[in-house]
Design a protein around this ligand. Sequence first.
Ligand code: TNX
Length: 502
Amino acid sequence: MTPMLIPRPHRMITKPGHFTLDSKTAIRAGQGAELAVELLRDQITETVGLAPRITRDGTVALTLDSRLIGMGEEGYSLTVSPQAIVLRAARNAGLLHGIQSLRQLMMTATGHRIPCVDISDQPRFAWRGAMIDVARHFMPVSFLHRFVDLLALHKLNVLHLHLTDDQGWRMPVRRYPALTETGAWRPESMIGPAGSTRFDGTPHGGAYTRRELLDLVGYAGERGVTIVPEIEMPGHAMAALAAYPELGNFPDREVGVWTGWGVSDAIFGVQEATLDFCREVLSEVMEIFPSPWIHIGGDECPTVEWERSPVARQRITSEGLAGSSELRGWFLGQISRFLVRHGRQPVCWDDGDHSGSLPAEAMVMAWRDAEHGLAAARRGHQVVMTPWQSTYLDYPQSAHGEPPGQPTGIVTLEDVYRQEVQPSTWDTELSSAVVGTQGQLWTEFAATAEAVEYLAFPRLCALAENAWSGQWPDFAERLAQHESRLKQLGVNYRPSLRYDRT
Ligand code: TNX
């Protein structure tokens, strides 16, 4: 059987013969490759049940060589011959990707025999990710580890963690303990779409500990995955307001952790104390997450409360803004500059960018459509393409046979695969603002890890291939083989890979 990888390597030649892994196989680590070697050893043990030694004369060799920098920060070359397996890269990230290619080869090998290949590989885009919303439904940290591993298998390198929203706050903050004591729990959840009148009657919630988040960051780092944390502001903030009503616009008004779905009018106020709160929270976020990028939300922020708030009106006057709609940009601009001062790159959803008040360093996620990505690129921002039409994995993947209780709308495997990450109509300079793409797993209608996996796969396989290597006619054929890997890992993927909308 010809081995087929996902994502498709930039160049891969299959040769006759094979390398046999057995109890005598040992791994040799070149200088700087010590960390990657640990991962390879674990992968060999997990996949074929051997526990190779690490020696100076092993026949599986990992080498870091800066002369390979022509293959980019994440490129690698992998040669399997009957005598040896040689993996080389300029950077650790490249070695980690090469290990995943080898892992895929091992997973489809018969009798520990790895077919001879010659691979040289590197990605099209630097940002290849998935976002998971752990606010609408809390996901156990063990699942996040598993999910990171599945991302790494597909050479996806970003896990964007949507940690806060109206329905729950999941990150502990030392200065504000009520965020997780109060803000992480809701009495029940809505069944059905926004505005539904049915509720499940059971409390829901949960929060991670600092230790758990630090361990997750470490685990992801060992696999070449960056965890990008998101703290939502100024909208989608009801869980925080439930814990600290004084951060809102009407402190005397009771706000609970929201049990419904949709967009709420209850948002952060623009008083100095609230901005201080956001900066304090982000300081603790930066302690836990070394990511160069910190996401501050910025989406779906109705301004009705600001229209009625004397504090907001005063802020509009003192800052010389045209009205309450400009306050959102002002708020995000303030917080973005704080992050920039701390050496981090702020990220926000495209509707947070409309008034042009973000610093140029801010990165924008274009979720409404590519046009909004273009607008952000014109304002000088880097852009991650996240259009709902092709990256919202919370939508069902077909019109038939999906579990009940899904949102209306369809995003097929093919919609994901065909996304034009750099639209051909953009001129070259603007196209180069696009750093990549990611899939969105919003969880209003996915209450369990199994449900999330079902939505994620195989659509993330398609996204990974599009982001790493582009679109290839043999994707369906390769995916059919890849299914056996998902099976081996016990992934609850959606079988019967139909492309159509019918
Ligand atoms: C819009 S996209 C949202 C989310 C929802 C999602 C459901 C975006 C930045 N906001 O709050 O979960 O739609 O598809």
